[in-house]
Design a protein around this ligand. Structure first.
Ligand SMILES: [Fe+2]
Length: 221
């Protein structure tokens, strides 16, 4: 299994706070049968600073390798920041070894020009995976929007935690609907702590065979 969305690299965002927490999360990921992990720290204001990221990435990759997990660098990039990046910076934030970017939108509104934004990024040579569409209010209200994203050539990534929610959860309802309509290419943990991997394992057992083929991730498996 491949987890392309998590906050497992220590000291960069609201995920793991220390090397020990990263290690505990990696062990939990192994128990959840994850073979490939892409670390995706939040990029909400400005691009990642390589001097800050690289030592933490290398340490995390080393700990992952000792557990038999392949660890790749990535980022969860907020749309406004992605729009401000030049081509080189965009590609630097893609999943390591690919030109695929994990893109995040606001939870409450979608930019009016979201289609232009997607096309602009694609013209820079970037494939887009939209992070947790089921958590965005506009997409919960209107499934035509995630459908449109897929029609534009995006792939969709749903959070395991969304599918674990109670029956009143709007995110769960939306995620189930997206899966039913075969619009979801990947389920990831979006893990911020080790307990999130037990949820991930449970959800993958239930929904792992109901996903659409991911062309952007097939080389990573
Ligand atoms: Fe995230």
């Amino acid at each position: 299994m491949i987890d392309i969305h998590n906050h497992i690299i220590f000291g960069l965002d609201d995920g793991a706070r220390s090397q020990n927490e990263t290690k505990a999360m990696l062990k939990a990921a192994k128990q959840a049968s994850i073979k490939v992990l892409v670390g995706t720290p939040h990029v909400r204001k400005e691009p990642l600073d390589p001097t800050l990221v690289m030592p933490r990435y290398e340490k995390t990759a080393e700990m992952a390798a000792s557990l038999g997990i392949r660890f790749l660098m990535g980022a969860e990039v907020f749309h406004a920041v992605a729009m401000s990046m030049d081509k080189e910076t965009l590609l630097r934030h893609c999943i390591q070894g690919t030109n695929t970017l994990l893109l995040e939108f606001s939870y409450d509104t979608l930019p009016a020009n979201y289609e232009k934004l997607i096309i602009h990024l694609q013209r820079q040579g970037v494939n887009i995976i939209v992070a947790h569409p089921e958590r965005y209010e506009v997409m919960q209200r209107n499934i035509e929007i995630p459908k449109r994203l897929v029609a534009l050539g995006c792939e969709l990534q749903v959070d395991a935690e969304s599918l674990n929610g109670g029956f009143l959860s709007k995110a769960k309802k939306c995620a189930k609907q997206l899966i039913k309509q075969k619009l979801v290419h990947n389920i990831s943990s979006d893990a911020h702590e080790k307990a999130d991997y037990a949820v991930y394992a449970k959800i993958m057992k239930k929904y792992g065979d109901k996903l659409r083929h991911s062309y952007f991730l097939e080389d990573l498996k």
